[in-house]
Ligand binder design. Sequence first.
Ligand code: NDP
Ligand code: MG
Length: 341
Amino acid sequence: MTKKVTVLGSTGSIGTQSLDVIRAQEYSVFGLAAHSNVELLLRQVQEFHPHCIAVVDDAAADRAARELHGMPGAPVLLRGKEGLEELAAMDGSDIVLNAVVGIAGLAATLSAIKSGRDVALANKESLVTGGSLVTDAVRENNVKLLPVDSEHSAIFQCLQDEYSAKSLQKILLTASGGPFFGRTRQELQNVTKDDALRHPNWSMGSKITIDSATLMNKGLELIEAVWLFGLPAEQVQVVVQRQSIIHSMVQFSDNSILAQLGVPDMRIPIQYALTGLAPCAANGANEEAVRLFLEGRIPFLKIGELVEGVVDSEAFGGPYTLDDVYACDAAARAYVLAHVS
Ligand code: NDP
Ligand code: MG
């Protein structure tokens, strides 16, 4: 029986590459979801014939409904954030690949896991903002959480046998350093959107490309690694590997190192608390600040200043619920907007 896959964020960089893999493997597509790129989504519908699609943006969902009207074998159309969650939970797919960008992916990740679906996770923001909610749900529902982020996939691959996993001592998370590696703060003062979007090694969505230029991406990935592999942050070391050949490495208790080679990403040392909601606040502030930078409303260096400002502005701690995550995310975004003239 062929594997049935649901791809959330199918119109993005990871989403379209996932469909390349699905095409090559001759898997079938159960569901597809996008925010507003209806044109591409409908081309994907025509090629992959999913059972169901979700369109998050309201006006785009109206457009999709008009286009699907009368189409023979048209998929079920779900709308809005609720539609995305409903699709993620739907019976019929073997695995949900979450390639949505930003915190918008969190609820769908939880929804898929809670309905007993295995999740292939590109949306690192799910773990950064709601780490314990996601890992608890994985445990309670006994599903698989498979990392898609290249570094985490490399680490995961290095830990496939039980003996290795047990004697894991350290993760060496590789980073290319991004387009601005080696530049001083002074030299970064007036970098433009185009400069920051010109990543040396990868063609990715604009948000993660900016995260790579600020090195926030490696901070998010450090937190992601902590949640995925259960090591404290001190045992995850970011290593710059400019050639982008080593994807990541793991070190065992006998000090031997296993590496996985491939084409990589960047780095950042975010070391704040892994309990509580500081990573969620940093993530919300970062999403908002990257948007403002891409709109030409703040300079490049302001992104880091705003994220730092949010994290320093409050004490975070204690267990949290999904509502707390959203409240924290909203407060961080409000902070950014209030600090931009
Ligand atoms: P893109 O911006 O290329 O694609 C984002 C996708 O998410 C699109 O399908 C978009 O739909 C959809 N989307 C946007 N906003 C929402 C929303 N509010 N609700 C539902 N769907 C939404 O991003 P990438 O593919 O680059 O990144 C996706 C995730 O994968 C991120 O978490 C990123 O960190 C991670 N990742 C990406 C890598 C890469 O190489 N690109 C590498 C490692 C991790 P639409 O097109 O309609 O707007
Ligand atoms: Mg990565």
